[in-house]
Design a protein around this ligand. Structure first.
Ligand SMILES: [Zn+2]
Length: 235
């Protein structure tokens, strides 16, 4: 059909609209962010409605609209949203990060696969839904979207040792000579960030609350400075 296209996407958010419709924020594999209208899905007999819950991964047929919104004309489930409560909160957090950070129609396959991996992982193993694991996801999302912090050498002068802190404006760890504007990032937090970036999402490292707090701040303030996005801290 003219004006129709197929894509695979994760439902990031679903907002009630009018009597029976929903407006969906989707993150797609090959078209980045898509806004779509799902008509009639809040009627009890709608079969489409149940498949379009937030956090679901779906295959869609969409009809290009005249405005910003496409219209959903077909939907198949790839995987449903995580059912268990612990996983659900972490999964929502992951979708929220993607919602804030990736808002363009530019496709980003790495970010899409990262999000799908995270949702599958949380669904399969609610025990994996730790604060450390959520931070590892967020850090990898920074990498996928081009905002990964510099962790191997001073972000200002390139000095390879003696890090004194983390500077959000410089975008990474800084040495003692360049520490203006930085905050303390201990060896444990630094180690956590390095291994979280280097290891698969399913092997996210653990760390103490203090170290995770510092890592969270480093990730959050890097985003605020360089992507102008403010995310809720990972509790
Ligand atoms: Zn330096």
């Amino acid at each position: 059909m003219a004006g129709s296209f197929k894509t695979e996407a994760v439902v990031l958010r679903s907002i009630r609209y009018g009597e029976a419709d929903r407006v969906l924020h989707l993150y797609s594999a090959d078209r980045g962010r898509i806004g779509a209208m799902a008509k009639g899905v809040r009627r009890t007999r709608s079969r489409m409605g149940g498949r379009l819950e937030p956090l679901s991964r779906v295959r869609l047929v969409l009809r290009q609209g005249r405005g910003d919104l496409s219209t959903v004309s077909g939907v198949d489930t790839v995987s449903a949203h995580p059912g268990r409560r612990a996983s659900l909160e972490r999964a929502s957090q992951a979708c929220e990060s993607v919602l804030r950070l990736l808002d363009s129609g530019e496709p980003n396959a790495a970010a899409y696969h990262l999000l799908c991996n995270q949702l599958a992982l949380l669904d399969a193993d609610p025990e994996a839904a730790t604060r450390a694991q959520s931070l590892a996801f967020r850090l990898k999302l920074l990498l996928a979207s081009g905002f990964a912090p510099e962790l191997g050498s001073c972000a200002t002068c390139g000095e390879a040792d003696h890090f004194a802190g983390f500077s959000p404006s410089a975008g990474g760890v800084v040495c003692a000579s360049c520490e203006a504007g930085s905050f303390p990032l201990g060896a444990e937090a630094h180690g956590f960030l390095v291994s979280a970036l280097g290891q698969p999402l399913s092997d996210a490292p653990q760390a103490s609350d203090v170290a995770l707090g510092q890592a969270d701040r480093a990730i959050g303030e890097t985003l605020e400075h360089h992507a102008h996005v403010r995310l809720r801290r990972v509790a």
